[in-house]
Ligand binder design. Structure first.
Ligand SMILES: *Cc1c(COP(=O)(O)O)cnc(C)c1O
Length: 519
C-alpha cells in the first residue's frame, strides 16, 4: 500500500531512506531529523471504520500508512503492534478519564505501560521493532555466530527516560542496552525501576558525576568512529521517527473514546500536551494532518519555555533575554526541563516548506541555516508569515511551579472520586483550566479539552507529597504507590559503578559487559 521513504530535514539531496534505515540511524548524518516523503491522508470513511478498533489494531492501521509492506509485511506489523501493547495494564492501553464533565475536561492517561510513563507507548514498540529488524538480518546464522548483526544502545538519563528504554529493550535478542545515570541524583524509585531489571542484556551504569557528564560521555561514544563500527552503537532517543509514529495512535484512539463517551462527534477536540522535546505533541500534528478532526493543539511548558516564547514572538532563542547565558531551570516537572525542543525541527521544516520554499531542497537549506544560527548565535527568528502559520497549528501556555503544585492540590480537593496528578500532567491540566476559563469568558462552546497525562504520580513522589502532604487523610503509601513499587525494596538489584566522568572507563565497562553477555 504505502511506499513511504524518509529524508532529512536539513537536506533532501541524500537518497531517500527506507523506514528501517531511518529508525536504525535515528539522526541523519547532516544533523537533521528524518521525516516521511509525504504525510498520508486517511481514506474516506476511515474514521468511522477505525472507531471500534482496539488500540493495537488502530496502531497497525496508522503505521501501515508510514511503512511500506515491502519492508514489513502486514502480518508482521500486526503482530508487532499486538505484542507491543499487550504489556500495558489497562485494557484500553491509553484510557480516557473524565475530570470535569461540565467544563469538558478529560484526561488521556498515557502511563499504564511497564514503567508508568508515556514513553512506554513508543518504546515498547521500538524495542520490538529493533529486535524484528535484527532477527531478519540474522536469519540463518548460528546463535553464536561472530557475524550476527547486533546493536548496543547507549543512553543517558536524568531519571525518567532510562527505565522506559530498558523495559522496551530488555530480553531482546542481539540488542544490548547501557544506561548511564548520575550517582545519587535520580530518585530512589527511578533508580530501582532501572536496577531491578536483571536481564542479561540490560546494564545500568551509575556514574560519579552530573547528568551533563553522562550526556557528554554518551555523545562522545557516538562520535567515536572506531568504537562505533565495532559495537554498532544505537540510540532510542526522542528524535527517533518510530517514537513519533507510535504516538500518533493515541490521538485517534482518545478521539474515538471521547466520541463514544459523548455519544456524538459534534464537538471541538483540543489536545493539551505537557511538552519538553516536542515529541508527544508532534504526533498530534501528524494525526491532524492525516485527517483527525483536531480543533487545537496546545503546548504546555514549564519555566523552560522556549516554545512558548517562540509561539508568542517568532524568535527561537535559547536565552530568555538577549545576550544572557542560556539556563535550564530545575522544575517540578523534570522530564520537561529542556533548553531546546529537539523535535521542533520537524515542525519547522513543514513551516519552511509550506511558507518559504518551493522545493524540499530549498526547505532543507532554510532549516540548515536556522539550525546553524541556533548553534552559533543561540537564536534565530522566522518571518511573520511563518509565525502566523505556526500559530494556526499550535498555541501555548507556560505554567509556573506554583501553578503546578496548586493544580495537583485543587484537582485532589475538588474532584470526586479523588484524583492525583503527577506534576507533568498537572502542567497540562493547569493550561487546560486556563483555556476553559478564557473560553467561558468569550462564550466559546462545545469545546472538549483532552489533557495528556504523561506519568503516574508515584514516579514523582517529592512534588506530589509537597502538594498533598497537608491534606487530611492523604497517604502517599496507600493512595499513590503501586504494589510493584513497594516491592522494589526487597528485590534483587544489578548495577555497575564508574567512579569518574571518564569516557575511557565507561567504554571499558561496556566492552567487558558485552563480552560477559556472550558467555
Ligand atoms: C518525556 C516526558 C514529557 C515530555 O514529552 P516530549 O515528547 O519530550 O515533549 C512529559 N512528561 C513526562 C512524564 C515525560 O517523561
Amino acid at each position: 500500500m504505502s511506499s513511504q521513504r524518509y529524508f532529512s530535514t536539513r537536506s533532501s539531496a541524500e537518497p531517500h531512506l527506507t523506514f528501517e534505515q531511518a529508525i536504525i540511524q535515528g539522526l541523519a548524518p547532516d544533523g537533521g531529523l528524518y521525516i516521511p516523503t509525504a504525510i498520508p491522508s486517511i481514506l474516506e470513511g476511515a474514521l468511522e471504520k477505525w472507531s471500534n478498533l482496539s488500540f493495537a489494531e488502530l496502531a497497525y492501521e496508522i503505521m501501515s500508512l508510514y511503512i511500506s509492506t515491502d519492508e514489513i509485511p502486514s502480518q508482521d506489523l500486526k503482530s508487532l503492534c499486538k505484542k507491543s501493547y499487550s504489556t500495558f495494564r489497562a485494557a484500553d492501553v491509553t484510557p480516557i478519564t473524565t475530570l470535569q464533565k461540565d467544563s469538558g475536561l478529560y484526561l488521556l492517561e498515557l502511563f499504564h505501560g511497564p514503567t508508568y510513563a508515556f514513553k512506554d507507548v513508543a518504546l515498547q514498540f521500538v524495542g520490538n521493532l529493533f529486535e524484528y529488524f535484527l532477527q531478519r538480518k540474522n536469519a540463518g546464522k548460528a546463535e553464536d555466530a561472530a557475524d550476527r548483526d547486533t546493536i548496543t544502545v547507549v543512553g543517558a538519563t536524568s531519571g525518567d527516560t532510562g527505565s522506559a528504554a530498558i523495559y522496551g529493550l530488555r530480553n531482546k535478542k542481539d540488542v544490548s542496552v547501557f544506561i548511564l545515570y548520575p550517582t545519587g541524583r535520580v530518585s530512589p524509585i527511578q533508580e530501582a525501576q532501572m536496577t531491578t531489571v536483571l536481564d542479561k542484556n540490560v546494564h545500568t551504569i551509575s556514574l560519579k558525576g552530573t547528568f551533563d557528564d553522562c550526556q557528554d560521555i554518551v555523545k562522545s561514544i557516538f562520535g567515536d568512529v572506531e568504537f562505533n563500527s565495532k559495537y554498532h552503537v544505537g540510540a532510542v532517543n526522542s528524535i527517533n521517527w518510530a517514537r513519533i509514529l507510535a504516538q500518533i495512535t493515541y490521538y485517534y484512539h482518545s478521539y474515538f473514546q471521547l466520541s463514544k463517551n459523548l455519544g456524538s462527534t459534534d464537538f471541538k477536540a483540543r489536545f493539551v500536551v505537557p511538552t519538553g522535546n516536542f515529541g508527544d505533541i508532534l504526533a498530534g500534528f501528524y494525526a491532524k494532518r492525516m485527517g483527525l478532526p483536531v480543533d487545537g493543539l496546545v503546548i504546555a511548558t514549564n519555566a523552560n519555555d522556549i516554545l512558548d516564547r517562540f509561539v508568542k514572538s517568532g524568535s527561537y532563542s535559547k536565552s530568555e533575554t538577549a545576550g544572557a547565558a542560556p539556563v535550564v531551570h530545575a522544575t517540578l516537572s523534570p522530564a520537561m526541563d529542556i533548553l531546546v525542543s529537539s523535535n521542533f525541527e520537524r515542525f519547522l521544516w513543514y513551516l519552511a516548506r509550506e511558507n518559504l520554499a518551493s522545493t524540499n531542497e530549498e526547505a532543507g537549506s532554510i532549516l540548515a541555516s536556522w539550525m546553524s544560527d541556533l548553534k552559533t548565535k543561540g537564536t534565530f527568528s522566522v518571518p511573520e508569515v511563518v509565525l502566523e502559520a505556526a500559530k494556526r497549528e499550535f498555541t501555548s501556555e507556560r505554567i509556573s511551579d506554583e501553578e503546578t503544585a496548586a493544580t495537583i492540590k485543587s484537582v485532589y480537593q475538588k474532584i470526586t472520586p479523588k484524583y492525583i496528578l503527577d506534576p507533568h500532567s498537572a502542567v497540562g491540566v493547569a493550561a487546560s483550566l486556563r483555556r476553559i476559563e478564557e473560553d467561558s469568558k468569550a462564550g466559546v462552546q462545545d469545546v472538549k479539552y483532552v489533557s495528556l497525562s504523561t506519568a503516574h504520580p508515584a514516579k514523582f513522589s517529592d512534588a506530589v507529597e509537597d502538594a498533598l502532604g497537608q491534606e487530611e487523610g492523604f497517604s502517599f503509601e496507600s493512595d499513590v504507590l503501586p504494589q510493584e513499587f513497594k516491592d522494589f525494596s526487597t528485590k534483587e538489584k544489578k548495577n555497575l559503578f564508574v567512579d569518574a566522568a571518564d569516557i575511557e572507563k565507561v567504554k571499558a565497562v561496556i566492552i567487558e559487559e558485552l563480552a560477559k553477555e556472550k558467555l
